[in-house]
Write a protein that binds this ligand. Structure first.
Ligand SMILES: [Zn+2]
Length: 321
């Protein structure tokens, strides 16, 4: 039809069509896709790791904590820090040179970001943001006193939660969502369980009603060769949520990553929350040779792995509990 029109009229028709399609003055151009992006999450992971190991009490941890707080303040409806103090054992390697930590205690902080704070049905999403002070599993003994960067353990989970927070700001969830970044998960020496999970213990103590209906912990979810078996304490405490997560993953085509095999039982931040009565699933790939070594760096992680886990959790939020 257009070919039969005179040239001037054809141009005019084209201009009219373009004018209809173009955004009107003062009208916003379509925003970028609100969906989860593993690439964006990976950028957050690298930014966090560029600040250095997030060892409690260190300048890098202060800088990283402030950065996380600012990132979440830009997204959440209510954002705050929950400070707490841990009195460090005189036998702890970090006690040398820091006598005030063994008397007055070492200050740490959880970072909390809430969406729809008044909603009574709530989902808790958590990851630990601290880094382990010593690489005690490093095959090279001379490196075991160095701090772990913690790209996978657990900047991976933190990066996913930052990207999810951006998605939830772009499109509000149907239920309440509490994103919590725990401090002091990895502070303990082997065999001293009382010095681990400090942030989740502090958060569990302070949780008020209505408690979240369920929780998901993201720990070591960025491994390049990601495989997530079912963690037994999670399966025992939250079988329904675990089934929903795994069936959601299968529906999205990620059944080769969320595998229906039993993994090792893991002592982790989910246990203090479960003990407070909130069923919580720990998504964790414990088959990670770089665990607690100086090689736990962004090079051992991948955007594709963050993408899978983030998309599954986002789908679960969108479909509702
Ligand atoms: Zn760890």
């Amino acid at each position: 039809m257009i070919t039969t029109l005179p040239a001037r009229l054809r141009t005019l028709t084209l201009l009219v069509v373009l004018a209809v399609l173009a955004p009107q003055a003062g009208q916003a151009v379509a925003p970028p896709s609100p969906g989860f992006s593993g690439d964006r999450a990976f950028t957050q992971l690298k930014t966090l790791c560029d600040m250095g190991p997030r060892v409690p009490g260190s300048p890098a941890a202060r800088k990283a904590g402030d950065w996380l707080l600012a990132r979440l303040r830009a997204c959440g409806d209510e954002v705050w820090e929950q400070p707490f103090t841990h009195v460090v054992s005189k036998k702890h390697p970090m006690a040398k040179g820091n006598p005030q930590w063994t008397s007055k205690g070492l200050g740490m902080r959880n970072i909390v970001c809430r969406f729809k704070p008044k909603a009574t049905r709530r989902l808790l999403l958590a990851a630990h943001w601290d880094s382990r002070p010593f690489a005690d599993m490093d095959p090279d003994k001379t490196k075991r006193s160095q701090a772990v960067l913690g790209a996978n353990d657990a900047a991976s989970g933190v990066a996913i939660l930052l990207e999810l927070a951006r998605c939830l700001k772009a499109k509000a969830p149907g239920m309440g969502v509490d994103i919590v970044l725990f401090d002091g998960e990895d502070w303990g020496q082997q065999g001293h369980l009382e010095d681990y999970f400090l942030g989740s213990k502090a958060y569990a103590r302070a949780m008020t009603r209505p408690l979240p209906e369920a929780g998901i912990l993201l720990d070591m979810v960025g491994d390049r060769n990601l495989r997530l078996p079912m963690e037994p304490f999670s399966l025992q405490a939250a079988p329904d949520l675990m089934e929903r997560l795994w069936s959601t993953a299968e529906r999205l085509g990620y059944g080769h990553i969320f595998i229906r095999e039993m993994g090792p039982g893991v002592q982790d931040d989910h246990l203090p929350i479960i003990q407070r009565g909130v069923p919580m699933v720990d998504l964790i790939d414990f088959d990670y040779p770089q665990w607690h070594t100086v090689r736990d760096t962004p090079a051992a992680c991948s955007p594709a792995s963050l993408d899978v886990v983030g998309k599954v959790v986002e789908a679960l939020i969108r479909q509702g509990l």
